[in-house]
Design a protein around this ligand. Structure first.
Ligand SMILES: Nc1ncnc2c1ncn2[C@@H]1O[C@H](COP(=O)(O)OP(=O)(O)OP(=O)(O)O)[C@@H](O)[C@H]1O
Ligand SMILES: [Mg+2]
Length: 229
């Protein structure tokens, strides 16, 4: 493992249920993802993409295996910390298919939710939020409500929200599914730029093959195993 490693997974396995309802989703997966990389994660529906993303994100508990976030080992057949939430808050940003902005908070207050939970200094957080809104070309929307923004603008706010705590890892589950082709390409290009400029590792689930050329690597779940194409 080198300093560039953002995510490392060894022999990770995950199943759900037991008896008749037993289903094995991931079996003995091992891979490394580096900072600065945008990696596409593909598989058919039900193939285990969200499950894998949520295990890396310390949300879903694997059955067995090991996970490192940066150089910190967080899972070794069990969580090595009681505070998986702390790891999530400090090191990982999440972006989902729907933007999940809070409808009754304006844009800047949506961005300030996580820093507040982390007890980040308010002035610092606000300055960072404004810098991000500017970066994403929506500085003038600071006081607007999510319902007043377009789908693409809201998704940019959601990406800004994922970046507000300078995470080392961003996990995106179909971030472009609700967008048209042009907006999708815009969002993926932004993710690529962020990965490079901020040395963040980004794993992006996508169903859209047209997004793959913009990604550095393509990770596929096939027969419960991880392969790189
Ligand atoms: N909490 C759960 N309990 C039982 N089975 C689950 C649970 N979560 C996921 N599964 C099963 O695990 C498999 C993988 O689901 P997952 O959501 O990871 O697929 P996916 O690749 O993200 O699919 P999609 O493209 O439709 O989002 C599916 O068969 C699903 O039914
Ligand atoms: Mg899914």
């Amino acid at each position: 493992m080198n300093d560039n490693t953002a995510i490392r997974v060894e022999n990770l396995s995950k199943s759900f249920g037991d008896g008749d309802s037993f289903i094995e989703v991931i079996k003995d997966a091992s891979f490394t993802i580096n900072r600065g990389e945008l990696v596409a994660l593909i598989a058919p529906s039900g193939g285990g993409k969200t499950t894998l993303l949520m295990m890396i994100g310390c949300v879903e508990e694997p059955v067995s295996g090991q996970i490192w976030i940066g150089n910190e080992k967080v899972f070794d057949n069990k969580w090595l910390t009681k505070e998986t939430r702390k790891i999530r808050r400090e090191k990982i940003g999440f972006i989902f298919q729907a933007h999940y902005l809070i409808p009754f908070l304006n844009i800047i207050n949506n961005l300030l939710l996580l820093p507040q939970a982390n007890k980040t200094d308010k002035k610092t957080a606000k300055a960072k939020a404004r810098e991000l809104l500017k970066y994403f070309d929506i500085a003038d929307k600071e006081k607007a409500m999510p319902s007043q923004l377009s789908g693409g603008q809201n998704q940019r706010v959601a990406i800004a929200r994922a970046l507000i705590n300078d995470p080392r890892i961003i996990l995106a589950d179909e971030p472009t599914a609700a967008l048209d082709m042009q907006r999708s390409v815009d969002v993926v290009k932004i993710l690529k730029k962020i990965a490079l400029e901020q040395e963040v590792a980004i794993v992006m689930v996508t169903h859209d093959e047209r997004m793959l050329p913009y990604c550095d690597r393509i990770m596929k779940i096939e027969d419960k195993a991880i392969i790189f194409k």
